[in-house]
Design a protein around this ligand. Structure first.
Ligand code: HEC
Length: 205
């Protein structure tokens, strides 16, 4: 008797667990087995803004200030680049970005300059110093969805102060992917700029 109650309870737990599983989650996980937090798309193919990306692995911050671009820099901010941690570990191990890799580029303004070139002096010297966040660009590796643009899709969530858009549609090839296709260093990513992807030599002394 006790046994049959136990097995009935076990059955209940399993069916309760199954019915609690949110729709679509299982499908996403099987599509991206090598990442923990893959991209989330809605039925229209729009990408949800990646959650918690500032806790991901920070891999670099290129800077293209106005002063060096005839005052016409498209993105005069720091370009802070983050990658989802499981995708980062996979890349470090294999040298390849897994399906479901999400890379985030959050733009961050420089503090108001006191010199003509927009720089200022702080305790560490003269230069450019980070100020408010100002935009969000995302790239996603999914060879099924984005076969026509070398397996990567590109999304812009706004070039302005947060809050950024909660959803973004895939940008047209000429807006983003085209340049990454012709100029990126390796698999659509400007990996040479991200030295954090390389092992850090440690002294044995
Ligand atoms: C004219 C060329 C060009 C265009 C167009 C372009 N990018 Fe990039 N992108 C770059 C370069 C160069 C880098 C790396 C250096 C930097 O940040 O300036 C980069 C870096 C990135 C990164 C960081 C990861 C990586 O690949 O290095 C993301 C994410 C990104 N771009 C998304 C976008 C999105 C989204 C668009 C369209 C809205 C876009 N890019 C359009 C040239 C381009």
């Amino acid at each position: 008797m006790k046994q049959s109650i136990n097995s009935a309870l076990a059955g209940l737990t399993v069916s309760a667990a199954l019915s609690l599983q949110p729709m679509g989650v299982a499908a996403e996980n099987t599509a991206y087995p090598d990442v923990d937090t893959g991209p989330v798309f809605n039925g229209k193919g729009e990408l949800a803004q990646p959650k918690g990306f500032r806790e991901w692995v920070f891999i670099g911050a290129p800077l293209t200030p106005h002063a060096l671009n005839d005052s016409k820099a498209g993105f005069p901010e720091f370009h802070n680049v983050y990658v989802e941690p499981a995708a980062y570990l996979y890349y470090k191990k294999t040298g390849k970005w897994p399906e479901g890799t999400v890379l985030v580029k959050e733009l961050q303004l420089t503090k108001r300059g006191t010199y003509a070139d927009g720089s200022r002096t702080e305790a560490s010297g003269r230069g450019y110093f980070p100020a408010a966040p100002n935009g969000l660009d995302v790239s996603v590796k999914d060879s099924r969805r984005f076969a026509r643009t070398n397996n990567w899709g590109f999304f812009n969530f706004g070039h302005h102060a947060p809050p950024y858009a909660s959803l973004a549609e895939a940008a047209p090839k000429q807006a983003c992917a085209g340049c990454h296709m012709s100029s990126a260093h390796e698999d659509m990513v400007f990996s040479d700029f991200y030295q954090q992807l390389k092992p850090l030599p440690v002294s044995d002394r």
